[in-house]
Design a protein around this ligand. Structure first.
Ligand code: SAH
Ligand code: SF4
Ligand code: F3S
Length: 477
């Protein structure tokens, strides 16, 4: 196994799982749930829905899997090493289950969807396998396991958005939260397993999104991140009943405005944008609202048009560069980050050099970078040979990582000497004498505590210096 993912910031499957402690809202069953998550923010957000469903069904939660009656692992399939990490973790649960044979072990999320019932054969300790659209069925599936059966529900849905479920906030700082605005993906990028594990794209009712944002604001939250695999294709068409007037369709730009209107004191972020779908209307909306953050994650994947075509990304190098120009024109102070894959099927040295040169063109603020990992069932696995040797993929990845480090530093250095509006998230990891928080562009800023300001409040920070990933400064009035 080689390490395929490299990041300059914490990112998807490299993030560790988390647990939570909550008391049941319904009649207590005295049973304890432990849940751990891997993968992207959507998966972490789903775990909050799962916890909510089970707490409503009388479960309380625990941070220690050894004392749990039900142990869930919410999984990711995006690269082979993401799956390997889950399998290793399942091995660690074996001894706990040996001591407590009544313990139920469940696999949720993308790996559950990809492997379905096969999981039960491959990993004997697993009792229940549940795909991302079947979480409402969990109480019933647990009952089946209590009755001595193994249980599987991996049905994908065209409608499920869990719009009415109030997620419980796990491991939250009480200041920033995620709101899932859509599920699934219809894009079929040839390398990607997500359309198979998450099903068809569907958008959530904007009213329920705005309501959730308002409730978060009322509870003291000051930042929401709207989540979807391709937020720019968000589109909600209200269902019109007979005799009623038809209501207008809501697109992503309009949704951004609706959420931004909840309060000028609440920041709005979003992820992920797709280069083929991000419109000038969205860019103008970002520019128009002070509280919509000037930060766009716009995955390029490759800087070469032939490779992009093989990847089925449906844009080419020129189109991507034009979108970058539009961002710079409409939102001059916007930070831009990206995802890059090195060593995709048949990628040549010249084509790889074009990825490096597009990085030079954009000078990303940061990037998530990966060596290509073939995923069973994807279009690329069926059509193309995974023919770039692992050592070449890794060497190209190192070149991309090194270049990104230069660019990240370049961008941070540009912030030095300027005053930034920072939302205080809490004390810095290193010291209780310092606060940390992000600027509009999503860069982490660390500065000495000033008792007049509390976490959840905004303050102006003069940035005096930077490390490779953090801005350092002091509060100014
Ligand atoms: N919806 C987002 C990305 C979701 S997956 C988008 O369209 O950009 C996050 C990132 O993982 C992708 O952007 C891609 O860079 C990477 N990735 C996905 N499949 C991969 C694979 N098979 N091998 C390596 N990296 C992959
Ligand atoms: Fe995967 Fe492409 Fe959909 Fe992103 S847009 S989730 S990379 S298929
Ligand atoms: Fe992984 Fe599924 Fe997200 S494959 S990246 S957890 S959508």
């Amino acid at each position: 196994m080689i390490e395929l993912g490299h990041t300059t910031k914490t990112h998807d499957e490299s993030r560790q799982g988390e647990a939570l402690e909550l008391l049941p809202t319904g009649k207590s069953t005295g049973r304890k749930l432990y849940i751990e998550s891997y993968g992207c923010q959507m998966n972490f957000s789903d775990s909050e829905i799962v916890a909510s469903i089970l707490v409503d069904n009388g479960f309380e939660t625990t941070k220690d899997y050894k004392e749990a009656d039900v142990v869930f692992i919410n999984t990711c399939s995006i690269r082979e090493n993401a799956e390997q990490r889950v399998r290793n973790r399942l091995k660690e649960f074996e001894s706990a289950k040996a001591k407590n044979p009544g313990m139920i072990v469940g696999v949720l999320g993308c790996m559950a969807e990809r492997l379905k019932a096969k999981f039960l054969e491959e990993e004997k300790l697993v009792d229940v396998v549940v795909g991302p659209d079947a979480y409402r069925d969990l109480p019933n599936l647990i009952d089946q396991v209590d009755d001595g059966a193994k249980a599987v529900n991996v049905l994908l849905s065209r409608e499920e958005t869990y719009a009415d479920i109030n997620p419980v906030r796990l491991n939250s700082n009480g200041i920033s939260a995620f709101i899932s605005i859509m599920r699934g993906c219809d894009n079929m990028c040839s390398f990607c397993v997500v359309p198979f594990t998450r099903g068809r794209e569907r958008s959530r009712d904007p009213h329920s999104i705005v309501k959730e944002a308002q409730e978060l604001f009322d509870a003291g939250y000051r930042e929401v991140t709207l989540l979807g695999q391709n937020v720019d294709s968000y589109k909600y068409s209200p269902i019109v009943k007979e005799g009623e007037e038809s209501l207008p369709v809501v697109n992503f730009a309009q949704l951004l405005a609706l959420v931004a209107e909840v309060s000028p004191e609440m920041r709005v972020r979003f992820s992920t944008s797709h280069p083929k779908d991000i419109t000038d209307e969205v860019l103008h909306m970002i520019a128009n609202y002070e509280n919509i953050c000037k930060y766009i994650h716009l995955p390029v994947q490759s800087g070469n048009s032939r490779v992009l075509e093989l990847m089925n990304r449906t844009y080419d190098r020129e189109w991507y560069m034009e979108r970058i120009d539009a961002i710079r024109r409409i939102i001059p102070d916007c930070a831009i980050s990206t995802d890059i894959i090195t060593g995709f099927c048949s990628e040549t040295e010249e084509e790889h050099a074009e990825t490096l040169s597009i990085m030079d063109y954009v000078k990303y603020d940061f990037a998530y970078m990966f060596a290509y990992s073939e995923r069973p069932g994807t279009l690329a696995a069926k059509r193309y040979e995974d023919d770039v040797p692992e050592d070449v993929k890794k060497r190209r990845l190192t070149e991309v990582v090194n270049k990104q480090q230069e660019h990240s530093l370049y961008r941070l250095q540009d912030y030095v000497g300027k005053i930034h509006k920072v939302l205080i998230e809490g004390y810095s990891k290193r010291s209780d004498a310092d606060y940390c928080g992000r600027n509009d562009q999503n860069s982490m800023v660390v500065f000495p505590v000033d008792e007049r300001f509390k976490p959840g409040e905004y303050t102006n920070v003069l940035v005096e210096r930077c490390t490779s990933a953090t801005l350092i400064g002091r509060i100014v009035h």
